[in-house]
Ligand binder design. Structure first.
Ligand code: COA
Length: 258
């Protein structure tokens, strides 16, 4: 991999996007590399949580690589958006929790990448925004859809129509990030959060993610059907026997993740 590094350590995959000369702007090869990592990860049963961050101290990802924009025809632009959307949807559909460690600029496609993750934690120096209107274009990697779903259409349109950047603190107030830490604390705090995640049943987490994302955007009656089906499927696992038994025996569960 030229631009995306992945390290596996005790159940966690740490993915780092490294295109520092361009503040980790997302080019076509980065999308290919992210896709290949996530496809490969589906086969790694020992990996139970994923973290994505940007290399360096300045940027998570400063958007799609703008140098590609001037020559794009409208049809190529459509394909460009579809490609980014497909990779980010693959990330969102991961059955393993995916956590964005936003260590600096998360702009345009970088913000959209964070939105495709299940949880977002930011360092105090992080800046968020969807500045595409400043370039005369719009968010195309899911921002017009995921941002309003996450923070509401009023707040989303504030960002999408103005192109303005917000600090990590404001992003937290908006509900765009789960929490904010000092730059030196960002990764240790996320490590703690991941350890809590790893202590739970991973099958149950996968069913939770499925219910939340498959139910989103549907009428509530349909969403509740999705939830009931996922609840039923959780009862097909060994973990659910262990979870209830451990509770009744006043001990910590030892999940086998199956
Ligand atoms: N695509 C391509 N190159 C990018 C980029 C992007 N999205 N974001 C930053 N870069 C490049 C810059 O062109 C510059 O390259 P250069 O040194 O060859 O000129 C380098 O990264 C450093 O960026 P620079 O603008 O000098 O840093 P800064 O600290 O002054 O500003 C930003 C940082 C993030 C505010 C600014 O780079 C920016 O606005 N980037 C574009 C963000 C954007 O619009 N993203 C959405 C794209 S759809």
């Amino acid at each position: 991999m030229d631009f995306v590094n992945v390290e596996f350590n005790e159940g966690i995959a740490c993915i780092t996007i490294d295109n520092q000369k361009k503040l980790n702007a997302l080019n076509a090869q980065i999308l290919d590399e992210l896709e290949s990592i996530f496809l490969d990860m589906a086969k790694k049963t020992d990996i139970r949580a994923v973290m994505i961050t940007g290399a360096g101290e300045k940027s998570f990802a400063a958007g799609a690589d703008i140098s590609q924009f001037p020559s794009l025809t409208p049809e190529e632009a459509f394909a460009f958006a579809k490609r980014g959307q497909a990779v980010f949807s693959l990330i969102e559909s991961s059955p393993k929790p995916v956590i964005a460690a936003v260590n600096g600029f998360a702009l345009g496609g970088g913000c959209e990448l964070a939105l495709a993750c299940h949880l977002r934690y930011a360092s105090e120096n992080a800046m968020f925004g969807q500045p595409e209107v400043k370039l005369g274009v719009i968010a195309g990697y899911g921002g017009t859809q995921r941002l309003p779903r996450l923070i509401g259409s009023g707040r989303a349109l504030d960002l999408l129509l103005s192109g303005r950047m917000v600090t990590a603190t404001e992003a937290k107030q908006m509900g765009l990030v789960n929490d904010v830490f000092s730059p030196s604390e960002l990764l240790p705090k996320i490590e703690e959060i991941i350890q809590v995640i790893l202590a739970q049943g991973s099958q149950a987490q996968a069913f939770t993610l499925k219910a939340v994302y498959e139910g989103a955007g549907r009428p509530i009656a349909q969403g509740l059907e999705v939830e009931a089906a996922a609840f039923r499927d959780a009862f097909k696992t060994e973990d659910r026997v262990e979870g209830a038994t451990a509770f009744l025996e006043h001990r910590a569960p030892e999940f086998k993740n199956r």
